[in-house]
Design a protein around this ligand. Structure first.
Ligand SMILES: O=C(O)c1ccccc1NCC(=O)[C@H](O)[C@H](O)COP(=O)(O)O
Length: 259
């Protein structure tokens, strides 16, 4: 099972980071930061105009290994912006996804889009870290956190100015998600144990999410037909990584997905 391994590694990373930069020091840096870019508002605007895509900067994954060998995160982010992405998701996990926390700052300086820190949050420290590194939003994964942590991290994120995308994969996780104030709920079509993606997960769960919450569908989205199918199921926004990252012309592929 990959998720417990990833989470165990995250705790080690947090301990190491905290010994380098104590939480109090990180917290003091937050006070000097510019406000976050509005993630949910941007998704809503793009959804109202057509198709809101959260395009993911993803070099590789535990299931596929390296997906894009010629990986230039800033160039990819620029192509996503020109291609019409609503927001960007930036993988910052190093050991399993070949990401870097520093990509957030590099990309923030190069594009105007709101940025999601895509990682496995297990500790409040990582929320401060995300804000200081340049994120506007963070992913919280219901499969990785209990109800108390989901609520606590959601409130702390809001205090820091960060928005939350709360990810679920089944009805029990959705029940816990709806007990939090998360305005953005993501249905991950990927089973994190088997890695299998199945769009029927979104077709089953999206209609159960109240329309006041913005409904994001994540993973395994390849073409315009998938997007139409998921819109019919109630999706407001689409988080897409691999099918973009495998293209030579990322900008053209994104335009074809948006319409
Ligand atoms: O991508 C994986 O293999 C993976 C494995 C274990 C945990 C999470 C994983 N992916 C994270 C994601 O949720 C995706 O990067 C994201 O939804 C985009 O998915 P895709 O379009 O299928 O690359």
């Amino acid at each position: 099972m990959i998720l417990p391994r990833i989470l165990a590694r995250k705790h080690e990373e947090v301990d190491a980071a905290r010994s380098q930069v104590p939480l109090a020091e990180l917290g003091a840096r937050v006070a000097d930061l510019a406000p976050c870019r509005p993630f949910r508002v941007r998704l809503k605007e793009c959804a109202a105009r057509g198709t809101a895509v959260i395009a993911e900067v993803k070099k590789g994954s535990p299931s596929k290994g390296v997906i894009r060998a010629d990986f230039d995160p800033v160039a990819i982010a620029g192509a996503y912006e020109r291609g019409g992405a609503a927001c960007l998701s930036v993988l910052t996990d190093r050991d399993f996804f070949f990401g870097e926390l520093a990509y957030l700052g590099m990309i923030r300086n190069a594009v105007a889009l709101p940025l999601l820190r895509k990682d496995f949050i297990v500790d409040a420290y990582q929320l401060h870290e995300a804000r200081v590194a340049g994120a506007d939003a963070v992913l919280l994964i219901a499969a990785a956190l209990d109800g108390g942590q989901l609520a606590d991290f959601s409130y702390l994120a809001a205090e820091l100015g960060l928005e939350v995308l709360l990810e679920i994969h089944d009805e029990e996780e959705l029940r816990r998600a709806l007990e939090t104030p998360a305005a953005l709920i993501g249905v991950n079509n990927r089973n994190l144990s088997t890695f299998v993606t199945d769009l029927r997960i979104s077709e089953r769960l999206l209609p159960l999410i109240p329309p006041q919450r913005l409904r994001v569908t994540e993973s395994g989205i390849h073409d315009r037909l998938d997007i139409e199918r998921l819109k019919d199921a109630g999706a407001d926004a689409f988080l897409i990584g691999e099918s973009l990252m495998r293209e030579t012309d990322i900008e053209a592929k994104l335009k074809s997905l948006i319409d």
